[in-house]
Design a protein around this ligand. Structure first.
Ligand code: SF4
Length: 344
């Protein structure tokens, strides 16, 4: 395994002090705020997460408040961020922290890693940023920096590469500056050592970077081979009865587990088939209109959706018939349905 250059921290920390962005979770740093922000930032861009973070903190400012909240309220605060298992795990972990640690996150990397939804990366981020421990947090951005510094020939999707860089970085953590070192590595990957256009003239590590010395920065990192996403056609229904819209709850396990959704089925139904299905559900359909097509992309799956709006004379109990305020307060709808939700 290629060895990282020595003295990364000495070159990186002065740059970070001068260039750190004033992000909401970097102000008033507490273990709870760092933890929630790191969970939110998994699979979510910083700009998208900002508003959610502020709203989450205003409504649930402590571990205790999160633990005591209803799950639906937590999911509602997460509505639109996607990957809802993150919110569920956050909620479960908060209850454990209250029961086991009296409401204070444990200042220990292994104990943090044992919490639901907390992996090596999040445990390292919280341990170093919130508690000042020498615990690396190696995400895709940090991996890219490390791979370029060393011209690493192996795929960054290989777990061994990640753990080798984590072990090497751990040895370089500067006493008293652990949190800043973690944040600085992330910041460099997010703002300078960008995937397609690294800004090497502005990089504090340029003098020690092997990819830069070779003038081939974008040849690294070696990326894992991506499997193509499966495309699944679906038909989505806006069933309307006396000003109320039908929702249904998804199963407790699997994709979008336990969330409310507009009734939908696999396959693309034409007008006659859609009417027939609404009738079979007991909705006594009186008329139907197209409400357009939409695509939603999950990690390994694409939903290609066609929508039908159906006027119903009956309101069968298999659905929850909701008004606007009810949908806003109690029934979070995943962003997969954003296009149709805008038409409710
Ligand atoms: S010199 Fe360029 S490629 Fe190397 S770490 Fe800095 S930004 Fe990335």
């Amino acid at each position: 395994m290629e060895k990282l250059p020595d003295h990364i921290a000495a070159a990186l920390l002065p740059w970070y002090e001068a260039n750190a962005r004033p992000l909401p979770w970097r102000q008033d740093v507490t273990p709870y705020r760092v933890w929630v922000s790191e969970i939110m930032l998994q699979q979510t861009r910083i700009e998208a997460a900002r508003g959610y973070f502020d709203r989450f903190m205003a409504e649930l400012p402590t571990v205790g408040a999160l633990a005591a909240a209803e799950e639906e309220r937590v999911l509602k605060l997460w509505e639109g961020l996607g990957y809802y298992s993150r919110a569920r795990n956050l909620h479960k972990a908060a209850k454990i922290i209250v029961e086991r640690y009296g409401g204070a996150l444990p200042a220990d990397e292994s104990a943090l890693r044992a919490l639901p939804g907390v992996g090596d990366y999040t445990a390292g981020a919280v341990a170093s940023i919130a508690f000042g421990l020498p615990a690396p947090a190696v995400d895709g951005n940090v991996l890219r920096v490390c791979a370029r510094l060393t011209c690493c020939p192996d795929s960054i999707g290989d777990g061994k590469v990640k753990s080798a860089f984590r072990d090497q970085l751990r040895e370089q953590y500067p006493a008293g500056r652990c949190g800043a070192f973690t944040s600085a590595l992330m910041e460099l990957g997010e703002t300078v050592c960008l995937p397609g256009t690294p800004d090497c003239p502005a990089c504090p590590l340029a003098a020690m970077c092997a990819a830069h010395a070779a003038g081939r920065e974008t040849d690294w990192p070696v990326m894992p081979v991506k499997r193509p996403r499966r495309v699944q056609p679906r038909t989505v229904f806006i069933l309307e009865h006396a000003g109320h819209i039908a929702l249904v709850k998804r199963p407790d396990k699997g994709l979008l587990a336990g969330l409310w959704e507009l009734p939908n089925v696999e396959g693309e139904l034409d007008e006659a088939e859609a009417l027939c299905l609404a009738d079979a559900w007991g909705c006594a359909p009186e008329g139907l209109a197209s409400c357009g097509r939409a695509v939603h992309i999950f990690t390994h799956l694409e939903w290609h959706m066609v929508g039908w709006r159906v006027r119903c004379a009956a309101a069968p109990e298999r659905f929850l018939w909701t008004d606007g305020p009810q949908r806003e307060t109690a029934c979070p709808l995943p962003s997969a349905f954003r296009y149709y939700k805008a038409q409710l």
